[in-house]
Design a protein around this ligand. Structure first.
Ligand SMILES: C[S@@+](CC[C@H](N)C(=O)[O-])C[C@H]1O[C@@H](n2cnc3c(N)ncnc32)[C@H](O)[C@@H]1O
Length: 219
């Protein structure tokens, strides 16, 4: 079963042409500069699966130092922009649902997902990790980044559902209003979520983002 949302897909399709503005915010520049160095360094020389790559902002920074990369997203519009990124000759861009990553994508010893876990419903987390881990080999390293709670200053929570998922109201440039599922897992939540799979766990809070890295147990 997929937890993919047609509403979220429509939202990111519409937003794709100006999505990268999130990385231009002045208060995020120090974090973005750090991540542009740090993420490639943590995945260097690996074969990397990227989940929900969007417009490929991070793909273009990670690809130059990895052996090969498959960057996936459910939505065609951001993926079309990702395909135009420079420094991505070793990347295969493929449309795929994070909850059902197909076998034909291959096997990887690294994975990355940026600003994605926050959009995964609480009840879909198990399915997402199961889907991603099925594509990874023993000892694979996974790196996740996402928005810290400071993002709530721009988009306060407007609703919480029975499963504990939180929602924001977002207005796009065409004036359309969207109800977007956006969760803010704490370090403790992430750790207990990943404990069953991970042989190691590193968490780091930046000013605007959190960063989490873990490795699957070796064979
Ligand atoms: C916040 S954007 C993140 C883009 C990029 N990873 C980044 O860090 O800038 C979330 C992305 O998730 C994608 N998405 C939504 N549902 C998905 C699903 N079920 N499977 C894969 N990607 C999905 C959207 O199309 C969108 O590109």
């Amino acid at each position: 079963m997929t937890h993919a949302s047609a509403d979220m897909r429509a939202y990111y399709a519409e937003r794709a042409p100006y999505y990268d503005a999130v990385y231009l915010k002045p208060e995020r520049q120090a974090d973005v500069a750090f991540l542009r160095e740090h993420l490639p360094a943590r995945l260097q020389a690996r074969t990397v699966l990227e989940v929900a790559c969007g417009t490929g902002y991070w793909t273009q920074h990670i690809a130059p130092v990895v052996r090969r990369m498959v960057a996936t997203d459910l939505t065609a519009e951001p993926l079309a922009l990702a395909r135009q990124r420079p420094h991505t000759a070793n990347v295969s861009f493929q449309q795929a649902d994070a909850y059902a990553l197909p076998h034909h994508l291959g096997q990887f010893d690294g994975a990355f997902a940026g600003l994605w876990l926050s959009h995964v419903p609480v009840q879909g987390r198990g399915a997402f990790f199961q889907s991603m881990h099925a594509r990874l080999s023993p000892g694979a390293r996974v790196v996740l980044i996402d928005n810290g709670a400071i993002q709530l200053q721009d988009f306060p929570i407007t609703e919480t559902d029975a499963d504990g998922n939180t929602y924001q109201q977002r207005v796009l440039r065409d004036g359309s209003m969207h109800r977007v599922l956006k969760n803010f897992p704490t370090e403790a939540e992430l750790q207990s979520l990943l404990l069953p799979f991970a042989a190691s766990f590193i968490y780091r809070a930046l000013d605007n983002f959190w960063l989490c890295e873990y490795e699957l147990p070796a064979a």
